[in-house]
Design a binder for this molecule. Structure first.
Ligand SMILES: *Cc1c(COP(=O)(O)O)cnc(C)c1O
Length: 436
């Protein structure tokens, strides 16, 4: 088979995500035949450096031998069993290990199949907790301006990205958006910390008035990724935690994108030394292999559902809840973290990468260069309306998979990226900046 054999067939039979399909009249799809480490290959052998970890999911490269071996072993034992009334070793082991790794006392794991379903679960659980606790008027949710939490109707209600949300507004719940602590929005001369505190003050004022009808605040800790890799100071999370405690409102931490080492610690919440009431994880959870998400919560929440009455239980379900293959991939991923001391290794690697990016930081079009853990981003000056798409095409022509968000170019590479590959990425990005 050749690339061209797939092009027409795919745009006819497959409706691709986040895509105006008509654009594929001009922009051909890239059929991928196989992957290896940080590389994806098409059917003619052209390689693409996966600098965005295939939408932020891949941690240890494509076709990782250790995750492959674990999955082959699991396939011979149990591919799937329903999780209502039944259980299995991978889901038990994964839940115990996640509880050990997560901050605080988040000892109860509820599984879904993707990020958005984890958000739905957290929102429903928070509401249902208050209802079970005799506070059924707590039905409101507060989220952060420019935040992203997925695109099912509940998750989209707390998302604040106009392009994804406006069309569906008539279908959505009303929620409240509090100002984003995005450090780029600070006044000239104002530090990221001072600005974060100013945003926390706005949150305090809202909660003071509306806490009686508010179930939860949902945040993306440290980085609003889909919002353009917007970084904020950890003091915001510290204050948000204090305010949620003070006003009796749950804190939902959406670490779907930033969990599993992306920000330099296993979980972003660690950098603010806080424990949320609900921790939502997905993307990197299975190392980018299989769809799986989890909502972790405390015994205090769990106990409010534990009762003789059936309807007080959390009756939410998905067919593939706790799929054994996905759980095994997640366990193999956690094994790699432990065996290779990944958090410490990444810290050294990230410092070297950042240093190698000096020519990028010096480029005339590069503004607000920012870095946290294994995320690098910058905004591009003089970016036209089609910048994102033009840059994406220019990068593909140079064998790089990069998908800017608006005028923000970012790198979110798999952790197995080596300096040689990073050097290619930097050279290619410089060339794209001069070409677009
Ligand atoms: C990707 C993402 C989601 C949604 O996850 P899906 O698996 O795409 O449904 C939710 N929250 C954040 C922060 C994300 O980055």
């Amino acid at each position: 088979m050749k690339n061209t054999d797939y092009l027409n067939r795919s745009s006819k039979a497959v409706w691709h995500p986040c895509t105006q399909m008509k654009q594929h009249e001009r922009l051909p799809l890239i059929p991928i035949s196989h992957g290896q480490g940080v590389w994806l290959y098409d059917f003619e052998g052209q390689g693409y450096l996966d600098a965005i970890s295939s939408w932020w999911v891949n941690l240890f490269g494509h076709a990782n031998p250790r995750i492959n071996a674990a999955l082959k072993d699991q396939l011979e034992k149990l591919e799937h069993v329903m999780l209502a009334g039944f259980t299995h070793a991978p889901v038990i082991e994964l839940s115990e290990r996640l509880a050990q790794l997560a901050p605080g006392n988040l000892g109860h794991c509820f599984y879904g199949s993707d990020g958005a379903s984890a958000i739905e679960i957290a929102l429903k659980m928070s509401f249902h907790f208050w209802r079970n606790s005799g506070q059924s008027h707590k039905i409101g949710f507060v989220s952060i301006a420019n935040g992203y939490h997925g695109e099912t109707l509940g998750a989209l209600s707390v998302t604040d990205v106009a392009l994804f949300k406006d069309t569906y507004a008539p279908l959505l719940r009303q929620t409240y958006q509090t100002p984003s602590p995005d450090a780029r929005l600070a006044e000239p001369g104002e530090s990221a910390e001072a600005y974060a505190l100013r945003c926390a003050e706005a949150l305090a004022q809202y909660l003071e008035q509306h806490h009686a009808t508010t179930a939860a605040l949902i945040v993306e800790p440290l980085v609003q990724c889909a919002g353009g890799m917007a970084l904020h100071h950890p003091i915001y999370l510290k204050r948000a935690r204090e305010l949620c405690n003070q006003f009796g409102v749950h804190l939902i931490a959406d670490e779907i994108a930033v969990g599993f080492g992306r920000t330099g610690t296993m979980f972003a919440c660690e950098q603010a030394a806080i424990t949320p009431d609900f921790l939502c994880l997905s993307k990197g959870l299975t190392g980018g292999y299989l769809p799986l998400s989890v909502v972790m919560t405390s015994d205090a929440i769990y106990q409010a559902f534990y009762h003789d009455e059936v309807a007080r239980g959390f009756l939410h379900s998905h067919s593939y809840t706790g799929n054994p293959l996905a759980c095994r991939a997640a366990l193999a991923t956690l094994d790699i973290f432990a065996q290779d001391d990944v958090i410490a290794t990444n810290c050294v690697k990230a410092a070297q990468f950042t240093q190698a990016m000096q020519p990028l930081r010096d480029h005339l079009r590069v503004h607000r260069f920012r870095h946290l853990g294994m995320i690098w981003a910058f905004d591009v000056a003089d970016a036209g309306a089609n910048f994102s798409q033009d840059f994406y095409q220019a990068a593909l022509q140079r064998g790089l998979l990069l998908r800017p968000i608006g005028n923000t170019v970012y790198f979110m590479p798999p952790y197995v990226m080596e300096m040689e590959e990073m050097a290619l990425l930097i050279q290619g990005t410089l060339a794209c900046l001069d070409a677009t």
